[in-house]
Design a protein around this ligand. Structure first.
Ligand code: PLP
Length: 283
């Protein structure tokens, strides 16, 4: 596949960056993952706005205008023919001549973009849901920034994988934050619950789509802190992300969630989400 690196498109197998890149040495960078359906990026403006926010949050000047990013994404997408793609965008603080924690001056950032096929969610995962485990959220206190320093997220995800599960649901001080790479929604007594945005979680683009769709379709919703016990005794649970869309969680810590099958609010949201995607991207 073709990727974009620092001003040019090259085969991904030929792309090279310096081992002195601060992304490699320190995880000093930010990223985005943008889903593309039928050649059209879904919620591109929201992803580019979040990229801008993440860059500003770690003090990297945005190397491109909104129009330039849009053009780069379109050119990358056009270079591949998958029906659905996930575009990955990473910007790091660049490659210095010495390893030094302090920011270097006048260093051009490293800009890398690549695309991969985005497989449709397996129908049986949507029908049966996936299993998850819970764990204490031991990440730093700026989880609102989408940084490439993802070691804690990787370790937390691995806990799930080692137990044959798809995701780890995180709690900080007894309250739900999010998943290791997703946002988490809870349904209790027909009401959709979502934790308020804060420095403890990523402001998910898919999360915003779900909240918008709930409002549009008259689904009762409360954005508020959610206690751990409320998640463990939820009627329905699902995760959202740009690559997983809306995915039911039907087992948590080896116990069924509600009936153990995706519930009515979950199934409605999956349909509303699919409609929105088709309306906006045509696929
Ligand atoms: N939370 C974390 C920690 C993530 O890594 C992600 C993205 O993969 C999300 C939430 C979901 O965000 P989005 O819907 O923008 O993909």
């Amino acid at each position: 596949s073709i990727c974009y690196l620092n001003g040019g498109f090259v085969p991904r197998s030929e792309a090279r960056i310096s081992p002195m890149d601060r992304g490699f040495l320190f995880g000093d960078g930010v990223y985005e993952v943008i889903p593309v359906y039928g050649g059209r990026a879904f919620r591109l403006d929201a992803h580019l706005a979040r990229l801008q926010r993440s860059l500003a949050g770690i003090g990297i000047a945005n190397p491109h205008s909104h129009a330039e990013w849009t053009d780069l994404v379109q050119r990358l997408v056009a270079a591949h023919h998958w029906p659905a793609q996930a575009v990955y965008v990473q910007v790091t603080r660049g490659a210095d001549t010495v390893r030094n924690h302090a920011f270097p001056h006048d260093l051009p950032p490293t800009v890398f973009m690549t695309a991969d096929a985005l497989a449709p969610i397996a129908p049986e995962q949507l029908e049966r849901g996936v299993s998850a485990v819970s764990a204490a959220d031991n990440r730093w206190l700026r989880c609102d920034l989408k940084t490439t320093a993802l070691l804690a997220n990787c370790l937390l995800r691995q806990l799930a994988v080692e137990q044959g599960c798809a995701e780890t649901v995180l709690f900080r001080d007894g309250f739900l934050t999010e998943g290791s790479a997703s946002n988490i929604f809870v349904v209790r007594d027909g009401v959709l619950l979502a934790p308020p945005k804060s420095h403890l979680m990523l402001p998910g683009i898919t999360c915003d789509v779900v909240l918008e769709l709930a409002a549009k379709h008259g689904q009762a919703t409360e954005v508020r802190e959610i206690r751990e016990e409320e998640v463990h005794s939820a009627d329905e649970l699902w995760l959202t992300s740009s690559t997983k869309e809306v995915l039911p969680i039907t087992r948590l810590d080896d116990k069924p969630v509600g009936s153990g099958r995706p519930g009515p609010v979950t199934r409605a949201m999956i349909d509303w989400f699919r409609q929105a995607r088709i309306e906006e991207c045509g696929a």
